[in-house]
Design a protein around this ligand. Structure first.
Ligand code: ATP
Ligand code: MG
Length: 442
């Protein structure tokens, strides 16, 4: 299969052969200027949507009202948009009208100068109507036009500025940052889905701790995640947390994450979210039950952000179990093995690792768990199931909820090395659960 880039060159070539203007635009041009590999290529043209569609076999109108057509080339998908300008934004979310326009108009409706470059891959020429190249070089995020006005058109741009700053390690230009601070409460008018998508992109970026700090400094954090903003100033016992308050600890933990899924990153952000509401001063500062309280808070936050059920379950389980890892070495071996063999075990271990690094720095339990997990993985081929429900019926046991208990008992015995064959498992069940008439040998 050809590369994404070759396909994107071909789309431009085909539009040009049809007599139209065509350019790469937005994030891909910015990434190329920075020497980064684009993860998608957006294309703009003066061809009308129906003209675009006539040049490609499998074109699909995806944003009919905005003139966007999805086409495929060299086995990849691309969005081709007709140059457009947008009528006034009346609701802080979307334009009241759009109309087809020139290339320059199309660039000027975009959010930031760094996202406003056009590139012709056939001639190699880059067209810059907004001084975007200079801002890329200086690593600055600046709105195209007056910040107050541009943010008020679509308040999601407040969050996009912070997300891009975290993703690219850029600085937000001071006037734009002041506008973000002034307008931050209005982020509440944007849909939860759009906020979630930007938040996840911020959290998976290597600059996520800087991103969360910027969310805080701009005032966006207390609007989109007030529970996280509440961690600020919440003191912790210095003997366990020399680093400082709960928010400082959390930002440090985010910084230690290695390439993280959105779920692990959100769970890291929320792992101590139960601390502010559970803080008490007894013999020392304590946060009794903060893991369970935090899990419940994480669940309601995930619901508010309209995360999928699967995402929510992963985040909640990570928060709920974040203190359990340190007890693993003391657990019954089978119980520890069960924990280490669950599908999300690597994420649980990573959360534990960054939690330690962001506080006392002692990784001895983590090292123990990684080794135990490697040993389990090596012996996994031997972990084929020794008994099934059907076997229990054959043994004459009455089917029912007890089956689960019996099968887990056998699995535990297997994990602890007490049984390793079908016959041994059968003997164990007969000994420990001797109910019902004996069935004959199989
Ligand atoms: P990435 O490389 O991370 O995808 P991107 O810049 O391509 O970054 P997208 O969200 O894919 O980001 O948007 C594509 C382009 O559309 C942007 O470069 C920008 O020019 C424009 N754009 C996207 N969202 C907005 C918005 N809310 N307001 C104005 N312009 C926007
Ligand atoms: Mg993009």
């Amino acid at each position: 299969m050809s590369t994404l880039r070759e396909g994107a060159v071909e789309v431009v070539r085909r539009l040009r052969a049809g007599g139209f203007a065509a350019f790469w635009v937005g994030g891909c041009v910015r990434d190329l200027e920075m020497g980064r590999e684009p993860h998608d290529y957006d294309i703009v043209t003066d061809a009308r949507p129906e003209q675009v569609a006539s040049l490609f076999d499998d074109a699909v109108a995806v944003g009919a009202e905005f003139g966007v057509v999805a086409v495929s080339s060299h086995g990849h998908q691309y969005e081709v948009a007709t140059f457009r300008t947008e009528g006034p934004y009346l609701d802080g979310r979307r334009p009241s009208s759009v109309r087809f326009a020139t290339a320059e108009d199309d660039v000027r409706r975009r959010d930031f100068t760094i996202n406003g470059l056009l590139h012709d891959p056939l001639s190699g020429q880059t067209i810059d109507h907004v001084d975007g190249r200079q801002d890329i070089k200086r690593r600055i995020i600046r709105t195209i036009g007056p910040p107050q006005e541009r943010f008020a058109e679509d308040y999601l741009r407040l969050l996009r500025a912070v997300r891009l700053a975290a993703e690219l390690d850029f600085t937000i230009e001071p006037q734009a940052f002041r506008a973000i601070t002034a307008l931050a409460p209005s982020i509440a008018r944007v849909s939860a889905e759009r906020i979630r998508d930007e938040l996840f992109r911020l959290l998976v970026a290597p600059g996520r701790s800087k991103g969360v700090q910027l969310l805080d400094e701009s005032g966006l954090l207390k609007v989109i995640l007030p529970e996280v903003a509440a961690m600020k100033g919440v003191e912790q016992p210095p003997e366990f947390h020399p680093e400082g308050d709960v928010f400082v600890h959390t930002v440090l933990a985010l910084g230690h994450l290695r390439n993280s899924s959105p779920e692990l990153a959100l769970a890291t952000l929320l792992h101590d979210v139960g601390k502010p509401p559970t803080m008490t001063r007894e013999d020392r500062i304590r946060f009794n039950n903060h893991d369970e309280v935090g899990a419940q808070m994480a669940e309601s936050i995930c619901r508010r952000l309209r995360c999928s059920n699967e995402q929510m379950d992963r985040v909640v389980s990570l928060v709920r179990n974040h203190l359990r890892i340190k007890d693993l070495p003391k657990m019954r071996p089978a119980k520890a093995a069960r924990f280490l063999l669950q599908p999300d075990a690597a994420d649980h271990l990573e959360l534990h690792r960054v939690d330690c690094l962001a506080s006392h720095g002692d990784l001895s339990v983590w090292e123990w768990a990684v080794k135990a997990q490697q040993e389990l993985a090596a012996t996994k081929p031997l972990q084929a199931r020794l008994l099934s429900g059907d076997d229990l019926i054959e043994l004459g046991l009455p089917p029912g909820p007890k089956f689960k208990e019996i099968l887990e008992y056998v699995e535990d015995a297997q994990l602890e090395g007490q049984v390793s064959s079908h016959e041994e498992a059968v003997a164990l069940v007969r000994r420990v659960f001797p109910t019902g008439p004996r069935s004959g040998p199989r």
